[in-house]
Ligand binder design. Structure first.
Ligand SMILES: Nc1ncnc2c1ncn2[C@@H]1O[C@H](COP(=O)(O)OP(=O)(O)OP(=O)(O)O)[C@@H](O)[C@H]1O
Ligand SMILES: [Mg+2]
Length: 342
């Protein structure tokens, strides 16, 4: 079956189907689509109103007959139909809306998903026009994407902090030696921020504002630099009237502490469960971060402090997975070695 993949088709795609963002990489072209995993549909006839960036702008602003769906939850498909619609749209977009071509597709999936969940991803992609679907573990893809020497007898540790989950994996000789996923990531951080603002200011903010607070002033480590602040709009829960409040970096750091601690304890657990020779390699080469959560200010510092190991943040952690899946699309031998099911 792999031999067919070597064919001359140039419309093949690599996809990172994430909880927060979906990225598509086209053979010989690179990343052609990078949009939020959001679909807006009419409730009555399930007609798609918008997908991706346009749909995310509508988040929390739609009337009752129009619903906003995030088809992925905790790294797996939560709404099969919406996931299919979303894939269909992105695949079309990746092909520049040219005449319909059915591509071969490689999709990154979390390492610990069940066979049923794997089948759902495959079927959604097939219904969206994919001819053949291959699945790759996202941590493996991220490791390839950031250029780790995964085929060598070295222990590589990768920590992918995504929207829905944080995946920790130790990879050596093209295989996953240890992996663990915890259901914390960017979404949980946003949820905590909403609760914090509600409880401390009697003030209601939406998901997008919470994410904006996290991205602009969120941090995991006190650098001692001047504290950043942000003014946000929302609704006063006592008067019911919209107003603005000022949020400080320190209180957000405190709010995110528990989530950061969960991430660190899953890293420590991975280190404890890694065979000693591979753990020794991690001491030399360090822990490599990926995913949007790797951009949380100071997350590398706090992991370094807690593990006493070197921590590396790649230049663009948000594209690590799709770049790795893309490399597999271009390198048939590599794909053959690491694909989940073939
Ligand atoms: N500068 C930043 N600081 C903190 N968090 C950020 C930053 N930029 C993006 N994020 C967060 O990263 C998350 C998205 O990361 P990513 O695209 O890696 O997730 P995903 O792959 O869609 O999710 P998953 O891998 O869990 O399925 C979002 O929660 C987003 O708010
Ligand atoms: Mg991801």
């Amino acid at each position: 079956m792999f031999n067919k993949l070597m064919g001359v088709f140039s419309n093949d795609l690599a996809i990172d189907l994430g909880t927060a963002n979906t990225l598509v990489y086209a053979k010989n072209k690179g990343i052609v689509c990078n949009e939020p995993s959001v679909v807006v549909m009419r409730q009555d006839n399930k007609k798609v109103v918008a997908v991706g960036a346009e749909a995310k702008r509508m988040l929390g602003k739609t009337p009752a007959n129009i619903i906003t769906i995030r088809p992925m939850k905790d790294g797996v498909i939560a709404d099969f139909d919406a996931a299919g619609e979303m894939l269909k749209y992105f695949i079309k977009k990746a092909h520049n809306r040219k005449s319909f071509v059915s591509p071969r597709v490689i999709i990154g999936v979390p390492s610990k998903i069940t066979l049923v969940e794997q089948r759902a991803v495959k079927e959604a992609a097939e219904q969206s026009g994919a001819r053949e679907v291959y699945l790759i573990e996202e941590t493996m893809a991220a490791a390839v994407g950031v250029g780790l020497p995964i085929n060598e007898p070295y222990g590589n540790m990768i920590v992918d902090i995504g929207g829905g989950t944080t995946d920790v994996a130790v990879i050596s000789m093209d295989g996953i030696v240890y992996s663990k996923a915890v259901k914390v990531g960017g979404d949980k951080m946003d949820e905590k921020i909403i609760v914090h603002v509600k409880e401390n200011y009697n003030f209601m903010i939406g998901d997008r504002t919470a994410e904006q607070i996290k991205i602009e002033i969120g941090s995991a480590y006190d650098t001692g630099e001047e504290e950043r602040i942000i003014d946000v709009n929302g609704r006063d829960l006592i008067s019911g009237i919209p107003r603005t409040v000022t949020i400080r970096e320190g209180e957000i750091r405190e709010t995110l502490k528990e989530i950061v601690a969960t991430i660190i304890s899953s890293i420590k657990q991975a280190l404890e469960n890694t065979p000693p020779e591979l753990a020794a390699d991690i001491v030399d080469y360090g822990i490599v971060l990926a995913g949007g959560g790797a951009l949380l200010r100071g997350i590398d510092s706090v992991i370094r402090q807690e593990t006493k190991l070197p921590v590396v943040v790649p230049e663009d952690p948000l594209t690590a997975v799709v770049m790795g899946v893309g490399k597999m699309l271009e390198d048939f031998e590599l794909l053959k070695r690491v694909a989940v099911n073939h």
